[in-house]
Design a protein around this ligand. Structure first.
Ligand code: SF4
Length: 330
């Protein structure tokens, strides 16, 4: 259990104005607040007064967190705590760097320096840096096609209401009638099955009725390490040359003729009413949990599918400054 959602002790108001520490959440075209706002104070995140009237926005991942473990949702969405970038797992670091590289490529500036800055930010190990460098170099050498002329936006933000609650997300690449989702993974089987993609891709399809199809681009990251007596530089070169010789081994479903890769899915393959119904139920349960302070741990979710980022918090009872920071308030 955590501290109760109570009346705020820090509230500063001046006549009819909102609290001086208040940061608005998303608003609609008429200036109406659509979600709970934030507190400007350094060790606060969501405004506990605003939570009495609005829910936080719901994304595919926050909905998933709530279903997995309420405490995980609470730490992330109410307290706004996250692992510092360099404390993330290699899988999260690699995914974040890959997304950023694709964004930089769209903007035309993935230089050696900008990529190196990402490696420094996440403090990646030499072996992980070698694996990512080999993939990035192969991607550039093969001149993989982005379908740029029809591109609307990279990291395209969407917001739409489901039963009065804001649904929010970011699409890796949005086009007029389709979108592309990128996955960098050591476990591609997990990301090419409709079963596991249903919830995330349905959320994206629901954001725009013009989306008729999508591509899931899967990049398979090498699981191994350098061989005995192999330097990290030689390891990187070996991976790079194998990717150039066999692009399909890393960029799954790579097509030489079009210089594209990925698995195509159609809108009609997804059960959109079912995901709408799930959001309705989960939104109701989140609302009840916030209102009645109903937070509890689900120990069955601590290591599934990978270690939860809050394991240290749950084991020690506090957030170590060496491990955790705060999310951005916007
Ligand atoms: S470590 Fe386990 S109990 Fe704690 S927040 Fe994560 S999933 Fe929940």
């Amino acid at each position: 259990m955590t501290k109760k959602i109570k009346t705020c002790d820090f509230r500063i108001t001046n006549h009819s104005r909102k609290c001086d520490h208040y940061i608005e959440g998303k608003i609609d075209g008429l200036g109406n607040e659509l979600e709970a706002g934030f507190c400007r104070l350094p060790k606060e995140f969501r405004c506990i007064e605003s939570l009495k009237h609005h829910l936080p926005r719901v994304s595919h991942s926050s909905r998933k967190s709530f279903i997995q473990c309420r405490m995980k949702y609470y730490y992330n969405q109410i307290e706004g705590r996250v692992l510092l970038p360099h404390r993330q797992t290699d899988a999260i670091k690699a995914g974040a760097i890959w997304d950023k590289f694709l964004e930089l490529k769209h903007e035309g500036k993935p230089t050696k320096e900008t990529i190196h800055k990402l490696f420094v930010k996440y403090k990646v190990s030499p072996v992980l840096e070698a694996k990512l460098t080999a993939i990035i170099k192969a991607y550039i050498t093969l001149e993989i096609e982005h379908n740029e002329p029809n591109l609307v936006n990279c990291q395209h933000e969407f917001v739409y209401p489901i039963y009065d609650v804001i649904t929010y997300g970011k699409i890796d690449r949005a086009y007029i009638e389709s979108f592309t989702e990128s996955k960098l993974t050591t476990n591609p089987d997990f990301h090419r099955k409709l079963h596991y993609l249903q919830a995330q891709l349905s959320t994206y399809f629901l954001s725009n009725e013009n989306y008729k199809s999508c591509i899931v681009e899967i990049v398979k990251m090498h699981k191994g390490k350098p061989k005995a007596n192999e330097s990290v530089e030689s390891f990187q070169k070996r991976l790079y040359h194998s990717y150039i010789a066999r692009p399909k081994s890393v960029f799954l479903e790579y097509k030489e003729e079009t210089k594209t890769f990925g698995y195509k899915f159609w809108r009609t393959e997804f059960d959109l009413p079912q995901i709408l119904r799930t959001y309705e139920i989960v939104n109701r349960d989140i609302s009840r949990a916030i209102k009645n302070n109903e937070w509890y741990r689900n120990d069955l979710a601590c290591h599934v599918p990978t270690d939860c980022e809050y394991l240290h918090r749950c084991d020690t009872g506090s957030f170590s400054k060496m491990l955790y920071g705060y999310k951005d308030k916007h």
